[in-house]
Design a protein around this ligand. Structure first.
Ligand SMILES: Nc1nc2c(c(=O)[nH]1)N[C@H]1C(S)=C(S)[C@@H](COP(=O)(O)O)O[C@H]1N2
Ligand SMILES: [Mo]
Length: 362
């Protein structure tokens, strides 16, 4: 479906929610379009590129209405290699601790990297003239989600500070092709370093506001609740709205449960630090975190892309658990326990990952 690989793991066919296998995701720094995960809250809308318009309104001096040709002609083209990661990535490890009803058990591959082409949102906002009072930029899309309480189209917002950073794009290109419908074509927002939910697909309106978007997906979903909160009755206003992506990492090869031959085993994976942080080190442990060795980091693809890593371990016959954790440029490391991070919506599991494989005698 949606021209994804045969081995894609489909959590839900409609709305379409799917992530690649670890082996497929491991292949390249830039994730091919047929491999890139896809997360949808409603049906993928069909938006005619010729009829598409972007409205820019709210707290601006000059409200705009721009078609695709003008967007391409009037603003400087930009290309950014950026990783998107869903706030629900690695939820499966939280579900294993305690069930999370109604949320897909995403693995680590709700994480993918593309070369995005478009224009800086900040350039378009400058043309509209942001008023001083504008603190948030809200995005609206036409896709209707039944999951929202009062069913409503998808929307979200980001702060003025992030929205005017040059890496935030209105993108129409993905890996050199025109943006496919399932990824938000003809035009989507790409907010590098922030949870995927803020990169609104099929964007048709940008509104400058004093406050965050009133949309369900800003106000209710994507808030981090404490473990003992009831999502139905919690006072959400006291709970943070998720923005930047947490420092995270996982093993992609070998996959959990696979069998390898004893001896030298190549291990590889990714690490990712959101927003203005960078991955500086990745550690691998073969004794559940008692002792660590450093993995080798591969050359990165710029500030907004994940960091791929690899190492070789000497494996003895029997069960082997490979534990991984990353460190970022602020000196922070991932937390050790997924149990300690469990939350009722299953967001942001960035605990050390444990991958257990079978090592067969040669
Ligand atoms: N309009 C719209 N934008 C959206 C969504 C959506 O359902 N509708 N899902 C969001 C979420 S939660 C994520 S993780 C990313 C996924 O982008 P992708 O499908 O291109 O991988 O899109 C975001 N943008
Ligand atoms: Mo997401």
């Amino acid at each position: 479906m949606w021209q994804k690989r045969e081995d894609t793991i489909v959590h839900e066919a409609e709305p379409y929610n799917a992530e690649p296998s670890r082996a497929a995701l491991a292949v390249a720094m830039i994730t091919p379009i047929d491999t890139f995960y896809s997360r949808n809250h409603g049906s993928v809308p069909t938006v005619d590129p010729d009829g598409w318009r972007l409205r820019v309104d709210g707290l601006v001096e000059r409200p705009l209405q721009i078609d695709l040709a003008r967007l391409k002609a009037e603003f400087e083209p930009r290309e950014v290699v950026a990783t998107l990661q869903c706030a629900g990535a690695r939820r499966a490890d939280l579900v294993a601790i305690r069930d999370i009803p109604g949320e897909a058990p995403w693995g680590p591959c709700a994480t993918s990297t593309a070369r995005w082409t478009g224009v800086s949102l900040g350039d378009v906002l400058a043309a509209a003239g942001l008023q001083d009072a504008a603190e948030h930029l809200a995005f609206e899309a036409p896709d209707l989600s039944r999951h929202a309480d009062a069913a409503q189209p998808y929307g979200s917002s980001i702060t003025r500070r992030k929205a005017t950073s040059p890496e935030v794009l209105l993108a129409w290109g993905m890996n050199g092709e025109s943006l496919p419908a399932v990824h938000g074509g003809p035009v989507r927002v790409v907010v590098p370093g922030w949870i995927g939910a803020r990169s609104v697909k099929w964007v048709e309106r940008v509104t400058a506001r004093r406050d965050p978007s009133p949309n369900y997906f800003q106000q209710t979903a994507y808030r981090l609740l404490p473990a003992d909160a009831d999502p139905e009755s919690a006072d959400l206003h006291a709970m943070p709205m998720l923005s930047s992506v947490a420092l995270n990492s996982d093993v992609l090869v070998p996959s959990p449960g696979s069998t390898v031959s004893a001896g030298r085993v190549d291990v590889s994976g990714y690490a990712y630090a959101g927003d203005d942080r960078a991955v500086v080190r990745v550690d691998v442990s073969l004794d559940h975190g008692q002792t660590w060795r450093q993995a080798e980091l591969e050359q990165d693809a710029g500030d907004w892309a994940w960091c791929r890593w690899h190492t070789t371990v000497d494996a003895e016959p029997g069960a082997l658990t490979i534990t991984v954790r990353a460190w970022d440029s602020t000196g922070a490391a991932q937390p050790d326990s997924a149990a300690g991070l469990w939350n009722p919506k299953g967001y942001i599991n960035n605990a050390w990952s444990h991958t257990t494989i079978d090592v067969a005698a040669r």
